[in-house]
Design a protein around this ligand. Structure first.
Ligand code: ADP
Ligand code: ZN
Length: 686
């Protein structure tokens, strides 16, 4: 969609209050004046340099007169210009003006008057040859050892023109750089344009209006039914404001869309504007933040000024937490500029009546860090949570994004939705696009299931690297590692059901991974988390058992385990010794001080260590008990590289535990995956 710059949308209006003849936009004048000032400064610099060059000519005299002056002790310095065969004489200005009689007798008539007005060098005289002159001066000094010594320097001088160029060039260059810098800094939504730095206080909002009005409506937003119902009211209000105001009802000024990235918050906000057929201002919270103090606040002011002109309209602020973080709690890192911006936003939100028809939608993933003032009535008093889509939602989103794609008859959309737990709308859009690209590369005329499977793998694990060389023995370790994860999950009661396990190497990401379908639950008990720990440790334990040595391939597993174990002890109160205490610190205010004593810290470390050690022992026991099954899976993996749940069932029989209904809603697709990324460069501590 073409995005148009606000500046182009708002041609300057004639201010009716101004007298005839001065009817230009007042904003235009300062810009004009400031350019004049730049011009003047520039001219002054050039003028000064030229004047200096010219004035250095001084008054012509001869060497005899010079010697007389030197005897007076008034010569500070002489400069021998070798290439032009003359000498510049720098006199002490004060003593020159004190001796009119002396100078008048030495110099030609009238010359004295002139040199009193000149800055040094006041005089020059020609010489036949610089070597000759040097000798002459040496003799002169020998003869007149009592006179005040002066310094002699030797130099070459270019033509006047060359001199001007050489003084101008650096100035021009600096000026040019300066202008470029200002343009960059002032570059608003669309490439700076005229004005450069003078536009810095303008909002960077992208406006969709008239020709570029958003043509997205609720039909383009799949799933999110509850959220749609909530925003429907806003649409209705924007369409017939009178209906609401007549009854004295109050429509919220703003609504906060809360949810992880890529779940369609921007899409929904656009759809609201599209449905209501009103202009849509879109910008990100970080657009307000600049290095200059006061810019953020002035951008907020400008944004609302423009919005008032376009009302009824919608303002969408993405990542509002960039400006909306709680104010002034953290003394160490207070940020006045951000606070000013936030204050200005609050002031503006209070400043317009609901009947004006400006609705502010804001998106964030971190409602917990927002300043309470933002959530008060009359501001973002409505909160709409937008979760990652569930199975039904994912199927619906697939359907939306499959519309422009030529898919094969056999494509099972339901199965695609099943294979993408935790995917957000943006990930699904990405999968559809990737699948089409993959099919095109293979020269197919329709996109089929295998292309989608590759695309899903690719989105999960980054690009598949066919030509990545993995040594056979490395591959074996990876196969046993992944089989270890899979078997642990298979024989642990509370572990997630396996979806698939693979050892296909993937670009920057995984050596292999095991993907699970998380269960439908929001609360975990200690046993479940412990099983989770074991499942994650399964890879390393398997390497340990079968090869009697461990590799770096488990580093990511260990990171996860550490995080999980610390969370169990310090956040969920699952440790008897530490007790029912949670040190959860969502705003990370205590980056420098820990909320517990050093002893408690030691105890936490010990308990975490014990938790992980116990889990590791348990995992090893389990894998030793099921050594055969691990072996079967690993060998099959080495052959086929990918095993789906049904394959595993065929190989080692059904899972002994009844499977509860699978959960689709998880925070992150990566959470459904025990990923074994390339450990990267292994750095061994010295
Ligand atoms: P957010 O603002 O939450 O980070 P976006 O609204 O920018 O996410 O979503 C990015 C893209 O993902 C959209 O442009 C759209 O293609 C796709 N998408 C996300 N959610 C949905 C949905 N519910 N239905 C259809 N497409 C979606
Ligand atoms: Zn692993």
């Amino acid at each position: 969609m073409a995005q148009q710059d606000l500046k182009k949308q708002n041609p300057r209006k004639i201010n009716p209050n101004n007298l005839p003849g001065t009817d230009e936009d007042p904003k235009k004048r300062p810009r004009f004046n400031v350019y004049w000032i730049y011009g003047l400064i520039f001219a002054a610099i050039i003028g000064y340099n030229m004047l200096r060059t010219v004035s250095t000519a001084g008054v012509e005299t001869n060497i005899e007169a010079f010697k007389e002056l030197a005897k007076q002790g008034d010569v500070n310095e002489i400069k021998v210009i070798r290439n032009k065969k003359f000498v510049r004489v720098f006199l002490n200005k004060d003593s020159v003006s004190n001796k009119p009689a002396v100078y008048n007798s030495i110099l030609k008539s009238g010359q004295y008057e002139t040199i009193t007005k000149l800055a040094p060098p006041q005089l020059y005289f020609t010489i036949s040859d610089d070597k000759n002159f040097t000798e002459q001066m040496e003799n002169f000094r020998q003869e007149n050892q009592t006179i005040k010594p002066f310094s002699t320097t030797y130099d070459d001088e270019g033509e006047l023109f060359g001199q001007i160029i050489s003084t101008l060039l650096p100035i021009l260059l600096i000026g040019f750089l300066f202008i470029m810098m200002m343009r960059k800094v002032g570059a608003g939504g669309g490439g700076g344009g005229p004005g450069g730095i003078f536009n810095i206080g303008k909002s960077k909002a992208t406006l969709f209006d008239k020709g570029t009005r958003v043509n997205i409506n609720f039909g383009d937003v799949a799933g999110l039914d509850e959220a749609k119902v909530e925003v429907m009211e806003i649409v209705d209000f924007l369409k017939n404001p009178k209906k609401y105001t007549a009854l004295g009802g109050k429509i919220p000024k703003g609504a906060l869309l809360i949810g992880p990235p890529g779940t369609g918050k921007t899409l929904l906000a656009k759809a609201v504007a599209g449905e209501a057929q009103v202009p849509f201002f879109s910008l990100s919270g970080s657009d307000f933040v600049e290095m200059f103090v006061g810019v953020g606040a002035s951008r907020v002011r400008d944004l609302f000024k423009q919005a008032r002109e376009k009302a009824p309209c919608i303002i969408f602020i993405d990542e509002i937490d960039a400006i909306g973080r709680a104010r002034g709690k953290n003394m160490m890192m207070s940020n006045d500029e951000r606070e000013n911006t936030l204050n200005q936003l609050l002031v503006e939100m209070d400043g317009f009546g609901t009947d004006l028809g400006i609705i502010i939608l804001a998106a964030t993933n971190r409602p917990d860090v927002l300043d309470n003032a933002l959530l008060r009535p009359g501001r973002f008093d409505r909160q709409i949570s937008i979760d990652r889509p569930d199975l039904v939602g994912r199927e619906a989103i697939f359907k939306v994004h499959l519309v422009p794609i030529k898919i094969s008859q056999t494509l099972d959309i339901h199965k695609l939705a099943e294979q993408t737990p935790g995917f957000a709308g943006a990930d699904i859009a990405n999968v559809c696009n990737e699948a089409a690209l993959i099919a095109a590369r293979k020269g197919k005329d329709a996109v089929d299931m295998s292309d989608f499977q590759d695309a899903i793998d690719r989105v999960i694990g980054g690009l598949e690297k066919k030509n990545k060389i993995i040594l056979p023995e490395e591959k074996e370790v990876i196969a046993y590692h992944e089989a270890g994860h899979a078997i642990c999950g298979w024989f642990l009661e509370h572990a997630y059901p396996l979806l698939k396990v693979t050892i296909v190497p993937r670009g920057t990401a995984a050596l292999g991974y095991a993907q699970y379908t998380p269960k439908e639950q929001y609360l975990y008990n200690t046993d479940q988390l412990k099983d989770q720990l074991c499942m994650t440790l399964g890879g390393r334990a398997s390497e340990d058992i079968f090869f009697n040595k461990i590799s770096t391939g488990a580093s990511n597993d260990l990171q996860q385990i550490t995080k999980m174990a610390y969370a169990m002890v310090t956040v969920y109160g699952m440790n008897d010794k530490v007790g029912n205490i949670s040190y959860y610190d969502p705003q990370q205010e205590n980056t420098f001080t820990k909320p517990y004593s050093e002893e408690t810290g030691k105890m936490i470390d010990e308990e975490v260590r014990k938790l992980v050690e116990d889990a590791y022992e348990r995992t090893k026991e389990l894998l030793i008990k099921h050594k055969q099954e691990v072996e079967i899976l690993a060998k099959e993996l080495l052959k086929t590289e990918v095993l789906f749940k049904s394959d595993v069932e065929a190989l080692i029989g059904k899972r002994p535990y009844e499977e509860k209904k699978a959960l689709d809603i998880i925070d992150n697709p990566k959470d459904a995956v025990i990923d074994d990324p390339m450990p990267g460069k292994v750095t061994t501590p010295a």
